[in-house]
Ligand binder design. Structure first.
Ligand code: PEP
Length: 254
């Protein structure tokens, strides 16, 4: 294994504080032998669980991320959470532009771009999500959609900051549906994204950005996906909610 893979669990709107503590404790225990220079791991709990989870994961290699943020340090923005708060709570990562946020909360490439820029200012590492719907795939416009989302989301991000960014390719039709993209389908889009990064920046920058696949990743399909040249990890929803299935994913199905 020569790459530094990155496996992140998106807990979405699951896990009360007690459940989150139990899951974090189990993960701390069962993932303690994972070498983070080979496979980096992170969990992204709901905001309210973050302090308890970061406390439990202290002294472990598992990082913590948030699932969203508001792009201001503070202010009269009722119900929102700032990057400074996320950072102070012990997070390293923040997921930005997840398809559920685009679909249900009106996020656009412009708002994603604003959030990515703001997250970087506060030393958070964005996991920026892109991906096409089934309709778009069937129309044959997957690459156009992904190009627009990636170019829009990365607008004005300088080359030096790209090492802090992870891109998650998540075909919307594969999220939470049990329909996983075939390794070849995923690789094709990952290679396209890598090529786009080389055009927007340069080859070295493109090679250094980790591109995760997300969409029904499970213990029994992870190994094949991770064997593809441009797949550098996974963003995992459903299968990250149980310690044993996330462990199996982090260990490539073993
Ligand atoms: C996700 O929420 O980012 C995701 C990929 O979900 P699932 O693994 O459940 O498809």
């Amino acid at each position: 294994m020569s790459r530094n893979y990155f496996m992140a669990g998106n807990w979405k709107m699951y896990m009360t504080i007690d459940e989150a503590k139990e899951l974090a404790s189990s993960l701390k225990n069962i993932l303690k032998d994972v070498d983070s220079s080979e496979v980096e791991t992170a969990v992204c709990p709901p905001f309210i669980d973050i302090p308890a989870v970061t406390e439990i994961l202290k002294g472990s290699e598992i990082k913590v991320g948030a699932q969203n943020m508001y792009p201001k340090q503070d202010g009269a923005f009722t119900g929102e959470i700032s990057p400074l708060m996320i950072r102070n709570a012990g997070c390293k990562y923040v997921i930005i532009g997840h398809s559920e946020r685009r679909q249900y909360f009106g996020e656009t490439d412009a708002s994603v771009n604003e959030k990515v820029k703001c997250a970087l200012e506060y030393d958070l590492c964005p996991i920026m999500c892109v991906g096409e719907t089934l309709e778009q795939r069937e129309k044959g416009v997957t690459n156009d959609v992904v190009k627009e989302q990636a170019t829009g989301g990365l607008k004005d991000i300088p080359k030096e900051k790209m090492k802090n960014i992870t891109i998650a390719y998540e075909p919307v039709w594969a999220i939470g549906t049990g329909k996983v993209a075939t390794p070849a389908q995923a690789q094709e889009v990952h290679a396209f994204i890598r090529g786009l990064l080389a055009e927007l920046y340069d080859e070295n920058t493109a090679a250094a950005v980790r591109i995760q696949y997300g969409g029904s990743v499970k213990p029994d399909n992870v190994k094949e996906l991770m064997s593809m040249e441009d797949i550098d990890g996974a963003l995992v929803g459903g299968a990250s909610l149980k310690a044993d299935s996330f462990e199996a994913i982090v260990k490539f199905g073993k």
